[in-house]
Ligand binder design. Structure first.
Ligand SMILES: [Zn+2]
Length: 270
């Protein structure tokens, strides 16, 4: 599932090509792709508008129009791709924007969980998402404040988009391994020193994963049929049974917060 680095990679790949493009029309083959609009209503909001900017908030791709914003959530397998031709043989295309000059921005989504919607302002989205971990606002002190007040386990806390925006299963496992924190540790039980290490791990790993254009385990891809290169840098995720890069103990897979969770049982003791 695309997390912050993968969504950022999609945004950066589209930035130079869709910025300034004018939307002529929109076609939807799988109606549930449009979260809370009929196709007609959605078209009325976006038609003849120019895409002024494309950026990211949490795991959302945001297309700023002259008036209002298109929100795209890739969920499990969504891909947003710009093309001069619509690949007619691709059965997984759920919707597409027709842009001026016979160009397309299409939404391919094998599992059909991805969603597209429209908002006149971003206030509602902003209020339901926690801080951006790569923004100046996300300081070690802020993370310490978030954790100090709660007995919730650290992994579900980091996965909660209203607490911090953008982390998902892969990067949660990676940052917790780096900080040597057990995913079931209660937020308030984590020492000040470890909170500082966790903060630095979140910033460093997300930044590095963006440089490597994200992680492709199975489905993630972006513009030009490219895939992420961070997979080879993963230390614990998907490495069950392999030696911990720090202490050589075999990595084990647990279930925490209903999610497959990879830890080193030696480095990440409770
Ligand atoms: Zn270890």
């Amino acid at each position: 599932m695309p997390e912050l680095p993968e969504v950022e990679t999609v945004v950066r790949s589209l930035q130079p090509i869709v910025t300034g493009c004018r939307i002529q029309d929109f076609t939807c083959l799988w109606p549930r792709t449009l979260d809370d609009f009929s196709t007609t209503d959605f078209i009325n909001h976006i038609k003849a508008q120019t895409i002024r900017a494309i950026h990211r908030r949490g795991k959302y791709i945001l297309l700023d129009l002259d008036s209002g914003h298109i929100l795209v959530h890739l969920r499990m397998t969504g891909k947003l791709i710009f093309s001069a031709v619509l690949p007619s043989q691709n059965p997984h295309i759920r919707a597409w924007f027709t842009l001026e000059g016979e160009q397309y921005l299409y939404f391919e989504d094998t599992r059909k969980f991805g969603r597209i919607t429209f908002r006149s302002s971003l206030g509602e989205l902003d209020s339901k998402l926690g801080p951006e971990p790569l923004s100046d606002k996300f300081t070690p002190e802020l993370l310490a404040d978030i954790l100090a007040g709660t007995s919730r386990q650290i992994k579900p806390l980091l996965l909660d988009q209203s607490v911090i925006a953008g982390l998902g299963n892969i990067y949660c496992d990676e940052v917790l391994w780096h900080a040597a924190i057990n995913p079931r540790a209660p937020g308030a039980g984590i020492s000040v020193r470890k909170v500082a290490v966790l903060h630095s791990a979140i910033v460093t790993i997300l930044t590095e994963a963006i440089e490597f254009q994200g992680t492709t385990i199975r489905d993630f891809g972006f513009q030009g049929e490219r895939t992420g290169n961070y997979s080879s840098r993963l230390q614990v995720f998907g490495r069950t049974g392999q030696p911990c890069p720090r202490c050589n103990t075999a990595i084990v897979k647990l279930t925490v917060a209903q999610r497959g969770t990879h830890i080193c049982p030696h480095c990440q003791k409770m």
